[in-house]
Design a binder for this molecule. Structure first.
Ligand SMILES: NC(=O)c1ccc[n+]([C@@H]2O[C@H](COP(=O)([O-])OP(=O)(O)OC[C@H]3O[C@@H](n4cnc5c(N)ncnc54)[C@H](O)[C@@H]3O)[C@@H](O)[C@H]2O)c1
Length: 259
């Protein structure tokens, strides 16, 4: 079935790589008009061009960037139907080694970035011709459900995204706005987010072993499997879902490890 989001206008943050790239490509197959925002223009430009999307230079931590992105979309299409707040980075490591500048940067991207996207994206959705309507999809993590002991910062940011999503969803629903807001909670997915571990082959193998142990299905997820969930939430098929958590993790959060 093609055309599940035909003609809808979508903005995807972090669209240059990994899950965001897969979402841009999947949305393009289903007929959306797509803007892909990222700090990495070198990679994001060609990915967007190949998918027939428009690349925007967007640092999600900067409100002026969101304002410019949304203004451009409003100028060119007069509406926004789908926003995927996907850009995010890994955390700062164990508690005793946390550097405050790195912690602040993590929160500015993973939490403030999502809030700013919701704020400016939903303001345009409220101006959509015909009335307020739209779907906001925030990329959280299974780390918002089960804590990762080695990275309290990442868990904290993804937990914040989960509850921010719920709060925004309830606020819109109670005001009678047809703007839905849901979070996706992927388990470990094979993307470049793990690239910093790869040069140390021994460490990478150990970490991959730990990740696989968490997953009853016995494999890492594929970016397309998250893109398919984003597509469902972007489409009208999910019209009664808001404020909800959509876990895509090969059974990881259902299992007691090893039992
Ligand atoms: N890969 C996984 O296993 C996994 C699991 C759970 C959740 N997630 C979440 O999914 C999202 C995407 O992760 P990924 O695995 O595709 O990572 P990735 O590193 O492949 O892609 C992240 C993208 O975000 C962009 N980005 C980083 N900082 C930005 C900023 N300030 N403004 C705009 N763009 C910025 C990067 O340039 C990159 O293109 C993240 O929020 C991540 O926390 C990933």
């Amino acid at each position: 079935m093609a055309g599940r989001i035909e003609g809808k206008v979508a903005l995807v943050s972090g669209g240059a790589s990994g899950l965001g790239e897969a979402i841009v490509r999947r949305f393009a197959q289903e007929g959306a008009i797509i803007y892909s925002g990222d700090v990495n223009a070198q990679q994001g430009g060609p990915v967007a061009a190949e998918a027939g999307a428009t690349f925007l230079s967007l640092d999600v931590a900067r409100e002026d960037h969101w304002q410019a992105a949304v203004a451009r979309i409003e100028n060119e299409h007069g509406r926004l139907d789908i926003l995927v707040n996907n850009a995010g980075i890994l955390g700062t490591g164990p508690l005793e080694h946390i550097d405050v500048a790195a912690w602040d940067r993590l929160f500015s991207i993973n939490v403030t970035g999502v809030m700013l996207g919701c704020k400016h994206g939903s303001l345009l959705m409220q101006r959509n011709p015909g009335g307020a309507i739209g779907s906001i999809i925030n990329m959280s993590s299974n780390a918002a459900i089960l804590a990762t002991a080695a990275d309290c910062g990442y868990s904290a940011t993804k937990g914040a995204v989960k509850l921010m999503t719920q709060s925004i969803a309830v606020n819109f629903a109670r005001r009678g706005l047809a703007i839905r807001c849901n979070s996706i909670h992927p388990g470990p997915i094979d993307t470049p987010i793990f690239a910093p571990w790869r040069p140390d082959a021994e460490k990478a193998e150990r970490l991959e072993g730990q990740l696989l142990e968490m997953i009853p299905m016995g494999r890492l997820g594929r970016p397309e499997e998250i893109a398919n969930m984003a597509l469902y939430l972007a489409s009208d098929e999910s019209s009664f879902s808001t404020g909800a958590q959509f876990v895509v993790d090969g059974g990881g959060t259902s299992a007691v490890p090893g039992m």
